[in-house]
Design a protein around this ligand. Structure first.
Ligand code: 13P
Length: 253
């Protein structure tokens, strides 16, 4: 595992053949990249993408997971099912899950424990709305999401998670956080981790930034001391852009 993780969240985009082609194009170049690469396709394409990236350094992740192990939960996908098709990661509490589907910190927390119990790496997302930033509430919002989403997380399990800071106003808007804005929140997250666990554990947890990451801003974001990678939406749908973003990790380090 290197320092940087470059994760592509494909969201609800692409079709079967596009998903396969994108995965294959990324996998073909993955050996040239120093950073760890992760792709998170829609659930229905996980199997096909898994086949394309098999035997390559590209990891597979899900965009969501349900906390119950099985049963009458129409439309949901369990952690065991995700593991069964080769997922190593699951994104939890993405801003679209929180703000479009109404997921709460308590929901995210249940998912966190289920994902860890199932042996996958959770990528827990936090981030403030524009109005919250403009009214000076960013730190308080992040701290509340941190506490609620990570409730009951032991020190041992804390080393197994990834956190992603995704300011809601920067997602899909082309308005990227400045490297200073990202660093400030990331440093705050590191401190929350350090205060709750210890400095060594805090340092071992990768903190990703997400929100309008592009090839031309990725390196500068990742050159910040507390930015250990990026969670990429729109630009992860083009192999060349995603790989150019990943190449930014080498420039940053
Ligand atoms: P964009 O890169 O499209 O802004 O999306 C960011 C994101 O939500 C990644 O999870």
């Amino acid at each position: 595992m290197g320092r940087y993780l470059i994760a592509g969240n494909w969201k609800m985009n692409l079709n079967q053949s596009d998903s396969r082609a994108l995965a294959a194009a990324i996998a073909a170049q993955a050996g040239d990249v120093e950073a760890d690469l992760l792709v998170c396709p829609p659930h229905v394409y996980l199997n096909q993408v898994a086949a394309e990236i098999a035997g390559t350094p590209v990891a597979l992740g899900a965009q969501n997971a349900y906390h119950e192990p099985s049963g009458a939960f129409t439309g949901e996908t369990s952690v065991a099912m995700l593991a069964d098709v080769g997922c190593q990661f699951a994104i939890l509490g993405h801003s679209e899950r929180r703000h479009v589907m109404g997921e709460t910190d308590a929901d995210v927390n249940k998912k966190l424990h289920a994902v860890l119990a199932g042996g996958l790496t959770p990528i827990v997302c936090v981030g403030e709305l524009l109005a919250e930033r403009e009214s000076g509430q960013t730190d308080a919002v992040i701290a509340k999401q941190f506490e609620g989403s990570l409730a009951g997380l032991t020190a041992e399990d804390a080393t197994k998670i990834v956190l992603a800071y995704e300011p809601v106003w920067a997602i899909g808007t082309g308005k990227v956080a400045t490297p200073d804005q990202a660093e400030q929140v990331h440093a705050g997250l590191r401190k929350l981790l350090s205060d709750r666990y210890n400095a060594e554990i805090a340092k071992s947890i990768r903190l990703l930034y997400g929100g309008s990451v592009k090839p031309d801003n990725a390196a500068e974001l990742m050159s910040q001391p507390n930015v250990d990678g990026v969670l990429v939406g729109g630009a992860s749908l083009k192999a060349a852009d995603f790989l150019a973003i990943a190449a930014g990790a080498s420039k940053a380090s």
